[in-house]
Design a protein around this ligand. Structure first.
Ligand code: GLA
Length: 339
């Protein structure tokens, strides 16, 4: 149990490659980034958690114990309530929340919120346990069956490294990020909300994967040849994305570790094409942004990052190739200390 004032910090994440693979136990390659959420919190003799966010007009006031996180108001309080339902602090308290992660852009602002709030409320456990608790909080808050990538990247980040995560074992393998490369994140300006329309599309994609698995077995071990058994053209395309994306994560991890930016960039472009054509989670705006960025000299590759349906594009570049966007670097995972 936490006593006294604490400061918790959790980074957002950008996913370099491996989208819509986590919920079938596949491979992903995100990195925790130097945009994050900081919570200052003081437990007190009260049965309510009260958090004020610098970005929100209304405080999140969550009565303990939490019954149904989705009934919390305003809407950002659902995430706080979802976390409180997992951490189950014995007392409430008050605090403030500040975030540099842009919301609704695919950089895991909600995971950074959940992980920082969980630590502030006194969660204790391994990074994997922290991520699993926060994934349950996210699912309870949004009603969307999201995977483990975002919370685990935020909890288990490694300074200077991307993280190759096997989402079936939750094993995290650091992949040192090349010193002569930059990751630039550019916002398409199209916000999306995994608690709304995008959440429904996300759940539909996940259901398609389950339907494909009922025919061909686990997608994480399936080969492209196995997919000939799929008669439904939509299921075939969805499954083909997942199987080919897992292979691209494997190759891209090796290429990055070897400092091969060209090969990594090609794999990112192939990932974007697969998310656009087979998984159908891109938008014309994201496609145009990827095309515009990859035409710039020194840009090795670019792709939509995260769930899609809007949000950001991530680019792998030579240093200084792009003036726009957020230039992010891989940082350590979440932490908490006395304040
Ligand atoms: C969202 C989810 C993740 C993952 C990505 C797509 O960010 O929260 O679990 O499924 O979409 O890769």
């Amino acid at each position: 149990m936490t006593t006294g004032r604490v400061r918790a910090h959790a980074p957002g994440r950008v996913n370099l490659i491996g989208d819509h693979t986590d919920y079938t136990g596949g491979l992903v390659l995100p990195m925790a980034i130097d945009l994050g959420t900081t919570v200052e919190y003081e437990p007190g003799d009260t049965d309510r958690v009260v958090l004020r966010s610098s970005a929100e007009p209304e405080a999140a006031i969550v009565a303990l114990p939490v019954d149904d996180p989705r009934s919390a108001r305003p809407s950002w309080a659902r995430y706080v309530a979802g976390v409180a339902a997992q951490v189950r602090p014995t007392t409430g308290g008050t605090g403030t929340l500040d975030s540099t992660v842009p919301r609704g852009s695919g950089l895991s602002s909600s995971a950074a919120l959940e992980v920082s709030v969980a630590l502030a409320l006194g969660f204790s456990g391994t990074p994997v346990e922290l991520a699993l608790a926060c994934q349950r909080a996210e699912q309870a808050a949004t009603g969307t069956p999201s995977g483990i990538m975002d919370q685990l990247a935020s909890a288990a980040g490694v300074e200077g490294s991307a993280l190759r995560i096997d989402c079936s074992t939750l094993q995290v393998t650091p992949v040192p990020f090349p010193g002569d490369a930059e990751v630039v994140v550019v916002d398409s300006g199209q916000q999306r909300d995994l608690g709304g329309e995008a959440g429904r599309a996300y759940a539909e994609r996940r259901a398609s994967c389950e339907a494909a698995e009922a025919v061909v077995g686990p997608l994480r071990t399936a080969t492209l040849d196995d997919l000939v058994q799929l008669r439904d053209p939509v299921l075939l395309r969805r499954a083909r994305h997942v199987v080919s994306e897992n292979a691209r994560v494997r190759e891209c991890s090796e290429a990055l570790a070897a400092g091969d930016l060209r090969a990594s960039g090609h794999l990112m472009l192939a990932s974007h094409a697969s998310l656009r054509d087979d998984y159908e989670v891109s938008t014309p705006e994201l496609d145009a942004l990827v095309a515009r960025l990859t035409a710039v000299p020194g840009v090795h590759g670019a792709r939509v990052t995260g769930a899609g349906f809007g949000g950001c594009v991530v680019a792998l570049t030579d240093p200084g190739a792009l003036a726009e966007g957020w230039h992010v670097r891989p940082v350590a995972g979440a932490s908490v200390q006395p304040a």
